[in-house]
Write a protein that binds this ligand. Structure first.
Ligand code: C5P
Length: 429
């Protein structure tokens, strides 16, 4: 039920505009109020009179006159609603929204609102798939705008594909979900860890609905019950990546070696100690959409750790530790026969020939990207707050300037979100 809820419905130009009359009817039937803004091109498809008759409110146009502006004011208009819905949302209005334009009443209201905005796109399939539209969608999702549809099917223009506006019933159900408690957050199905910890995940952002698996920190390889082999990894870069992925809307699973970092909120952390534990935990979480191996996994473990603390004996009696190779988690995930993630990313901490070694690693591990960084003497990358990375892919090398690990994480996750969207798009073609 939408009793007492106010929806500001912006109808922009498109053949699907007529479907919004049904949407108004559904909202009203469930007790909601609808204020319609009809853009100039929207008015080519539905008349202000039909929208006004169904909503019971005066329809505002983008050619707003001064009386309306003094009586209502676009700021007040944008804030009086519980939810702003743009349906149909044309490629043009989405482009203007993504760029913060305020060229008519509809876009001025969208720029002024402090309320959640839901967009129901409707356009020709080529326009939908155009790189500019996809870029605008990513921007809008990053801004926290919610989307419903578009659906795939026959289009009014005679083509077939994604671009048809979602049906009024589906838009109505989405409105109902958004306006029910708790706002903006949905609880996802319980996994084994959530039985201990109730998690929510964001509904918005370019990674909404996607799962990202991240490994972070060092591993500890026991020598005996009190001693272990480790490295200087702090886990900071991996934890920052987990936070950045969550902020873009992803469900995040962080498989973490022993670190001294606060547990990030909303993120499923699977604590592990050894490389073999990390390997098993990761494989159990497949399939995922993106896997990022940021952990500094120990290459070797002690073949047979002692059950009791090893005793120091004579001066010359140094224990003979036999080492065994650990499983390569990155390589295993990147070459997984049935559940290879759409994107697999590795890190390469190198002390020399950073980019050259990273290129070799890209091929030998079979991943899509290697994030290479210099960890030699004089660099405080391991444990420090800053990082200078090179993004190595089959397409070439991008050198990023030195920045905080958090900034590296944000930029990298945005890059991966865009890359994943193109991969999804290619898979649909
Ligand atoms: O082979 P190297 O350790 O230099 O490769 C670094 C990359 O491989 C990192 O992404 C690291 O997380 C991953 N790796 C792994 N399992 C290993 C060794 C490295 O996942 N056993």
């Amino acid at each position: 039920m939408l009793t007492g809820k106010k929806i500001l419905l912006i109808i922009s130009g498109g053949i699907a505009a007529y479907k919004c009359l049904e949407l108004i009817r559904l909202i009203k039937k469930q007790g909601g109020a609808v204020q319609v803004i009809l853009t100039k091109s929207g008015a080519q498809f539905v008349t202000p009179l039909s929208a006004a008759s169904l909503s019971g409110e005066k329809v505002l146009s983008d050619l707003f006159d001064l009386t309306d502006e003094t009586e209502i004011g676009h700021i007040e208009l944008s804030r009086a609603a519980d939810l702003v819905v743009v349906a149909p949302a044309s490629a043009d209005i989405m482009a203007r929204m993504a760029n913060g334009l305020a060229s008519d009443l509809a876009t001025t209201t969208l720029l002024a609102t402090d309320k959640q905005v839901l967009v129901a796109p409707a356009m020709n399939v080529r326009m939908w798939e155009h790189a500019a539209t996809q870029r605008n969608i990513a921007t809008l999702q990053g801004d926290g705008i919610l989307f419903v549809g578009p659906d795939e099917g026959d289009m009014a223009c005679g083509e077939f594909g994604p671009g048809r506006m979602a049906e009024p019933a589906e838009i109505f159900n989405t409105i109902d979900t958004i306006l029910s408690e708790p706002p903006k957050l949905l609880t996802r199905p319980q996994s084994r860890l959530e039985k201990r910890q109730s998690l929510t995940y964001p509904l918005t952002g370019p990674l909404a609905g996607k799962t990202v698996l991240i490994t972070a920190g060092p591993t500890h390889e026991p020598i005996d019950p009190v001693r272990y082999i480790a490295n200087r990894s702090s886990g900071k870069q991996g934890y920052a990546l987990a936070q950045a992925a969550y902020d873009l809307g992803a469900r995040v699973i962080l498989v973490s070696g022993p670190v001294n970092l606060p547990l990030p909120e909303g993120i499923e952390v699977l604590p592990v100690e050894t490389a073999r534990d990390m390997h098993d935990a990761c494989l159990e979480e497949l399939p995922v959409d993106i896997a990022i191996c940021a952990a500094a996994v120990a290459d070797w473990r002690v073949e047979s750790p002692a059950d009791e603390k090893m005793k120091k004996r004579g001066k010359a009696d140094v224990p003979d530790l036999e080492l065994a190779q650990n499983p390569d988690i990155l390589r295993t995930i990147a070459n997984h026969k049935t559940s290879r993630p759409a994107l697999v990313v590795g890190f390469a901490a190198e002390t020399q020939n950073v980019v050259e070694n990273a290129r070799k690693k890209l091929t030998s591990k079979g991943c899509d990207l290697i994030i290479a960084n210099h960890v030699g003497s004089g660099s405080d990358v391991m444990g420090g707050a800053q990082n200078t990375v090179h993004i190595v892919s089959q397409a070439g090398v991008e050198d990023w300037p030195e920045m905080a690990k958090q900034q590296v994480a944000e930029r990298l996750m945005r890059l991966l979100a865009t890359e994943l969207q193109s991969t999804d798009l290619r898979a649909k073609q």
